[in-house]
Design a protein around this ligand. Structure first.
Ligand code: ACO
Length: 325
């Protein structure tokens, strides 16, 4: 009997259009909005982000990331028996981006569904896929985080529009005799719905409310540092491990100050922190698998090492997954 699930391949994809802080500052200046590379770097660590072209969807980005993850795993699309896409910027209201991705992969029949937990989406999706593999419902899952956050940004609000970007990351998660995913710890607290939301909805053929992102940045900041530490400690305790067992920490890539604060609270040297936020911005559910793939492909993370993934985002949602690669 298979007791474990393990990542057998990672992949990611960024849309080609790279927008630096200076590029964005110039575009915003044309709208009469003032910002600067210095402000953005000092407060967030972000230096650039990638924006998808208007006709490119989350499933398009997810498809490219999935192809790369499948190739790394030595698998074909036909081997996949479960698809989960974490996204807050789906292609359509329905069907799910996972179903659309399934069609683009040229396969049919396996279950495919989206998970909506905003920036915690990928750790939620990985936890669900792990549980389905452990209970025998799947053997070879494709778990994807894919976002086109540029679609829901209010470019008249400099406090939010400088923070986010587009992209996708994917992993192939397979049944395994040896441990891969060691423990996970997920949470949500709906009383914080209002501090980070896109409050619009579709009704009677119209969009009601605003379909753009709103955030109370300082409230998010304070909550994020606290819950990221709690989730990491809970996942370590469940796995019977300590901070000393963590080779690499991959928090949701939202803000360098939040990430470094979390590493310090866990008493981890900053060399163990994987950082891609400087070049990706905050890509919500895509940020963790993008950072994971970046670190694997650059040779930083090696097979057999222990990695802590941590998500935090709207809902409020948060969670951690501890795994051996
Ligand atoms: N350029 C220049 N000035 C700006 C900008 C900008 N882009 N944005 C805000 N300012 C100004 C403000 O107007 C304010 O000016 P004032 O003092 O004259 O009023 C000043 O800078 C300070 O603004 P604050 O909001 O107090 O800045 P703060 O230090 O809190 O940083 C930030 C803002 C970066 C958003 C911070 O609160 C943060 O990182 N919060 C966490 C956000 C986050 O990580 N969200 C994502 C997590 S969940 C998810 O990923 C969906």
């Amino acid at each position: 009997m298979t007791l474990f699930s393990r990542i057998s391949g990672t992949g990611s994809y960024l849309p080609p259009r790279r927008v630096t802080n200076d590029d964005l500052a110039r575009e915003l200046a044309e709208r009469g909005i003032e910002t600067s590379d210095q402000w953005i770097v000092e407060r967030t660590g972000i230096r650039a982000r990638h924006f998808a072209e208007p006709d490119v969807t989350s499933s398009d980005l997810g498809l490219e990331a999935s192809k790369r993850a499948l190739e790394a795993a030595g698998r074909k699309a036909e081997d996949i028996d479960l698809i989960i896409v974490a996204t807050s910027t789906p292609d359509m209201v329905f069907p799910s981006s996972a179903a659309i991705l399934q069609r683009k992969l040229g396969i049919a029949g396996c279950p495919a569904f989206d998970i909506q937990a905003v920036c915690s989406g990928f750790v939620y999706a990985l936890t669900v896929a792990d549980a389905m593999i452990k209970t025998g419902s799947a053997r070879c899952a494709l778990v994807v985080g894919a976002e086109v956050f540029s679609r829901i940004l209010d470019f008249s609000d400099r406090t939010t529009c400088v923070l986010f970007g587009d992209g996708a990351g994917a992993v192939v998660l397979e049944a395994s005799e040896t441990p891969g995913i060691l423990a996970s710890d997920l949470h949500a607290d709906g009383k914080y719905v209002d501090i980070l939301s896109v409050p619009g909805h579709v009704s009677g053929g119209k969009v009601l409310g605003t379909p753009l992102l709103h955030m109370d940045g300082q409230a998010v900041f304070k909550l994020a540092v606290r819950v990221l530490e709690d989730a990491a400690r809970a996942a370590l305790a469940k796995a019977g491990k300590t901070e000393a067992d963590i080779d690499w920490l991959i928090p949701h890539q939202a803000n360098l100050r939040i990430m470094e604060g979390t590493a310090k609270k866990l008493k981890l040297p900053l060399e163990k922190l994987v950082v891609t936020v400087h070049d990706h911005g905050n890509t919500s559910a895509a940020s963790i698998p993008l950072a994971l793939d970046d670190a694997v492909r650059s040779g930083k993370i090696k097979k057999g090492e222990t990695v802590m993934l941590e998500g935090v985002g709207g809902g409020f949602t948060w969670g951690a997954v501890l795994l051996t690669l």
